[in-house]
Design a protein around this ligand. Sequence first.
Ligand code: GDP
Ligand code: IMO
Ligand code: MG
Length: 425
Amino acid sequence: MPARVVVGVQWGDEGKGKIIDILASRADVVVRSQGGNNAGHTVENGGEVYKLQLIPSGILYPDTLCLLGSGVVINPKGILGEIDGLEARGVSCKNLRIDPRAHVIMPWHLEIDGLSEKMRGKGEIGTTKKGIGPCYMDKAERSGLRIYDLIHPDLFAQKARAAGELKNRLITGYYGGQPLDLDAVIAEYTVYGKRLAQYAADVSVLAYRAIRENKEVLFEGAQGTLLDIDYGTYPFVTSSHPVSGGVCVGSGVGPTLIDEVVGAAKAYTTRVGAGPFPTELLDETGDEIRNRGHEFGTVTGRPRRCGWFDAVIMRHSVRINGLTALAINKIDTLSGMGPLKVCTAYRKSDGTILRDFPATIEELAECSPVYEELDGFDGDLSGCRSFDELPESCKKYIAELERLCECPITMVGVGPSREQNLERI
Ligand code: GDP
Ligand code: IMO
Ligand code: MG
């Protein structure tokens, strides 16, 4: 049985949660390897909508083991709120495990995220203000607090006080903000630690054992390839590695143990937050996609920027993630929109044609998209239950995307629920 990775291949929100939920019907284990509650993964099942931020999207299956690897950053209050919310709806979280190496998002991380965005002014990244960047900064600087610390009250009190004192100096002295009450923070987080202790377990060991026992293991990516700290549109990115390589580091599983890498994409492109977006539509077509696709952020509620499908980005993602297959969601949103444009390459200001996504945003700024126009399709696609039921021009659109992306498209989404996913072999 395979170990399969699902990654976002655009700027996040590609429908990863839905794909994971569908694949999880056959999986024994679902693992998150990076990111934190900046992610918002929507799962629709039986008319119920679940918006998951930290808990893996396999949680709706009562026997599926759900793991948060060492590369994930944990907001204790956030995860406990999610657990309580799910359990109140009858979804048990008893199969959740968190790696003791995972770093903890502390209140000063949230504070600094907000203050540093304010300081960036017009150059802001448009972060989710969940403290993600500042938490990963401390991890890289080797001064962060980990789940192991959080669940050991004495160790935690000592480390949190030392870290908090330093952060208060930074918050007041550099950012001109208000200091945090460290006694209150330590008291509050000690209670969270006591509740979270039951979930701590070595995720690398659990995931490895499951793979060795021939169980089906799914790795659930968060964010998307273009938000990767190295391979995205730096600095308008998140602070982790949403690419498939991040799975190995963030869950402690070596690359030879992974069999398949599925990329989740939309049939068009969206982005939430600042940064370059070559195929962005700042006209009524962009508004139409946003309204038809309900393109508003799951976490922040911000309107998502919308644009045409970009095959240059897709080829970048196919390469970097080593994709074996693509799942294209939201084809239903494009129905009735008339002719559809697809970006096949970029043209630089000197006229040169680029097939590969540039390495820097400075080079990207010199590029404009080269479009191919394809026939649109009409009708309500949301009731289609097999690929063959799709209109001919829709099938042609998908076949052309497949050719341009240089990767097989094996799934097509016509709606948000489990049954609205068409398998295409
Ligand atoms: P994720 O972060 O990648 O899991 O994606 P989000 O949940 O943030 O955003 C994807 C949105 O699209 C959610 O509201 C999904 O319910 C919805 N969705 C996923 N696939 C489809 C699809 O094929 N058609 C439509 N109409 N909506 C979809
Ligand atoms: P899912 O998993 C879309 C974006 C933010 C911002 C940038 C940095 O639901 O696809 P951060 O708070 O991470 O420091 O913000 O990254 N971003 C996302 N955009 N989907 C996400 O997650 C995102 N997680 C972060 O909007 O531009
Ligand atoms: Mg999302």
